[in-house]
Design a protein around this ligand. Structure first.
Ligand code: AMP
Ligand code: MG
Length: 481
């Protein structure tokens, strides 16, 4: 590994050094060897992956640390939070010379654990491990994981569950909530912290006339792009609190997330989200709310040449980039999924007509796009109660495509429509087997989700291709992890 440590150069008020508490009786769960190689792990590191992913082996080059941050949870100020069960154990360079954080999750309690036990259970570890892998393979920027270990040692949640530890990777663990903590509790660190965030993550912004405004705009645009991609693959994060969004706009902190199956934009995947704050359809506006809230923390950084009101206006102007960026990426991606030309004036309306059919007929989001791609129009129509609505959509669809280079549009569709997403029941089956010490289903899903855009008849199983029948109860997922 090639170390490129920088977080530990910040004020020690921002973290607490401590060693992980190793997972007792740790056994191999799953290892992402391709990622380890991408991260320049030596053969020796690869050999020792179980020790590294269970907190038994740390590195002399970096003293592990828990970060402090704060956050708004479900729209309410939650005060100080922080890494309550995770430790940054290294910052290393990958093969592209990008700095990647290694963060061990489930590594024991820290001064920021509040009421928590510092542990992670096998169930949520497998969900996070497979989701990060699935999103990365789908082209959605996300944290990932090198591997996880599990243990027979019990961890108490609603019931006693098996414990686990996972080595998460991300280009950044600096959350919007880091700024909230500093602004609230240690304002004297704000200038230097912001400067370092720009140097480490947005160095080009240093060349701008107003680096802070350039930085804010970039954070806003990256977040808008990330959420547009979530919407396109049908991903609902489930807990879009400000402590779970980072400043690079890569997906972080999976708990009660879900990939939508039947197209229900107001579907609540997270059963702890009683008011439906974080439904799929709310995600774009919640992203805006989180960023607006975050920008308030940059108000004290007013440069000498601005008066306070001008500075607030300038920050507010940065947020005006959010909606057009989101819409540009969402519309472009949706047209690509539909096989429609972006320049045609009716393409977006046509895509919306298709989504309305999926919604009213409760059709599977992922499979319906694959059927459209395969031109299985009769199959879709057969699933519709309102066949007229489908026929009218199809005539508009055909009329737009008639004078286009459809071979090119079809090729674009194949890059945008996955055959496989991580359905909750798929993850659940892998978890149930893993809890009985059988990790073969985790491995099968890992392989299947490595190439979601490629049909893999030898690896797929019928339950990978659609939702469970509507009379089978849904897998319940909650914040418990
Ligand atoms: P999350 O909902 O996973 O984003 O976590 C919110 C906050 O609770 C973060 O500060 C976590 O570190 C902390 N937390 C969650 N679970 C635990 C746990 N089992 N032990 C200690 N802290 C936890
Ligand atoms: Mg979190």
């Amino acid at each position: 590994m090639q170390f490129n440590s920088h977080y530990n150069t910040l004020s020690p008020k921002l973290y607490h050094h401590q060693q992980p508490l190793p997972l007792k009786g740790a056994k191999a769960g799953h290892f992402n060897i391709a990622l380890a190689k991408q991260l320049n792990w030596s053969d020796e590191d690869i050999q020792a992956w179980v020790e590294i992913c269970s907190g038994q082996k740390t590195f002399a080059e970096f003293e592990p640390l828990a970060m402090v941050y704060a956050g708004h949870q479900f729209g309410q100020w939650a005060g100080q939070l922080g890494d309550g069960r995770g430790l940054l154990i290294a910052q290393i360079l990958d093969k592209n010379h990008q700095t990647i954080d290694l963060h061990l999750k489930g590594a024991g309690s820290t001064p920021y654990s509040r009421m928590g036990d510092g542990r992670a259970v096998l169930r949520s570890t497998i969900r996070e491990y497979l989701a990060g892998h699935a999103l990365n393979s789908l082209g959605v920027v996300s944290s990932n994981a090198v591997g996880f270990t599990s243990s027979d040692q019990g961890v108490q949640r609603e019931k006693l569950e098996r414990g686990a530890m996972m080595l998460r990777t991300s280009d950044c663990h600096i959350r919007l909530g880091h700024f909230e903590w500093i602004n609230q509790y240690q304002g004297d660190l704000l200038t230097e912290f912001t400067q370092k965030c720009i140097e480490w993550h947005y160095p080009k912004c240093l060349e701008a006339e107003q680096p802070i405004l350039a930085f804010a705009t970039q954070v806003i645009q990256n977040t808008a792009v990330m959420i547009a991609k979530w919407q396109l693959v049908g991903f609902a994060h489930g807990v879009m609190n400000t402590d779970n969004l980072n400043i690079t706009g890569s997906t972080l902190d999976f708990g009660p997330y879900g990939f939508m199956e039947r197209f229900r934009p107001n579907w609540i995947n997270n059963h702890s989200d009683h008011h439906g704050r974080y439904t799929y359809q709310q995600q774009p506006s919640i992203g805006h709310w989180n960023l607006w809230n975050w920008l308030n923390n940059l108000v004290p950084l007013c440069p000498a040449e601005f008066d306070k009101e001008q500075w607030k206006d300038a920050l507010a102007t940065c947020l005006e980039h959010y909606e057009p960026t989101f819409l540009e990426h969402y519309k472009m991606g949706l047209n690509q999924k539909m096989g429609l030309p972006s320049f045609h004036k009716d393409s977006f309306d046509c895509a919306m007509a298709f989504l309305r059919i999926l919604q009213s007929e409760q059709l599977d989001y992922t499979q319906s796009f694959i059927r459209l791609q395969n031109k299985e129009y009769e199959t879709i129509k057969d699933d519709c109660l309102d066949r007229r609505a489908f026929e009218s959509f199809l005539s508009l669809y055909d009329s737009i495509r008639k004078h286009q280079d459809t071979a090119e549009l079809d090729a674009e569709m194949q890059k945008a429509n996955p055959h496989y997403i991580l359905r909750n029941h798929m993850a659940q089956k892998a978890i149930e087997l893993a809890e009985a010490n059988d990790f073969s289903e985790v491995d099968r899903l890992f392989q299947l989700l490595s190439q979601p855009f490629k049909k893999q008849p030898d690896l797929e199983q019928p339950q990978d291709l659609g939702p469970l029948p509507s009379d089978v109860p849904e897998v319940m997922v909650s914040c418990s992890s």
